[in-house]
Write a protein that binds this ligand. Structure first.
Ligand code: ADP
Length: 219
């Protein structure tokens, strides 16, 4: 199978980080920015880098943008350029379009004009940092919807040596333990008599408020 080809537009902090990470993962990545200096900064970190204004349809055609499997639009501050670029890419028939939004309203517009996925890196990172501040045990935090999330956390001290039945997390906190990770071993759908050990990682799903409650009590 041919390697997936990615194009990333906008070499700000976020875009350049996505582009170099994809390259390191072994994908072919074209980096695009209207600012020649930004392009010079990423040459060597990505497969190809070109300078172009992506609000110019002809420039995008000339690059052959339609041939890429996934295009990531990481233009941040210039919302007008982000929207115009998305609109043109959609018109050109890019198979998968992932666009970074600055705020909720920007995100709504992007969704309406056909972005396949709208991402909010600053907001999501803010959420993760906030949860990490509440409880240093939190390793990761994934929002499933406005109401529900999954957290990955180091097993808090009070849970160690106890089994899930004793802890009764479902009844006490209305949260479900989806998995217990011991070193590299993942115990999915653990049984009630599975015991939590020191250095285990718990993967828990629940309503945001219930998860926060569990995090605070066990911080
Ligand atoms: P971040 O917050 O991730 O650093 P920025 O908004 O600072 O994001 O960076 C966005 C990048 O997008 C900048 O390097 C800018 O030159 C680039 N950019 C802005 N408008 C266009 C455009 N019309 N075409 C191509 N690149 C653009």
């Amino acid at each position: 199978m041919a390697k997936k080809q990615y194009a990333v537009i906008g070499m700000g902090r976020f875009g350049s980080s996505v582009a170099s990470a994809l390259t390191n993962l072994g994908f072919e990545v074209l980096a695009i920015d209207s600012n020649e200096q930004k392009i010079q900064e990423v040459v060597g970190l990505v497969t190809h880098a070109v300078s172009a204004d992506t609000t110019d349809e002809e420039a995008l055609r000339a690059i052959g943008i339609r041939n890429f499997d996934v295009v990531v639009v990481a233009i941040g501050a210039d919302i007008q350029a982000s929207i115009l670029t998305t609109l043109i890419l959609k018109d050109l028939g890019v198979p998968k379009l992932i666009v970074k939004a600055q705020n909720e309203l920007h995100g709504k517009v992007l969704q309406k004009i056909g972005a396949d996925k709208v991402i909010y890196p600053e907001r999501d990172m803010g959420l993760r940092v906030a949860h990490h501040l509440i409880s240093p045990n939190i390793l990761d935090y994934i929002e499933l919807s406005d109401d529900y999330s999954i957290v990955e956390m180091k097993a808090p001290q009070p849970t160690i040596g106890k089994n899930l039945k004793q802890l009764d997390i479902r009844a006490k906190y209305k949260c479900n333990v989806l998995a217990i990770k011991t070193n590299e071993h993942m115990n999915i759908s653990p049984y009630a008599d599975d015991i939590i050990k020191e250095n285990d990682i718990l993967v828990i799903v629940g309503k945001n408020a219930d998860l926060t409650n569990f995090e605070i009590v066990h911080a």
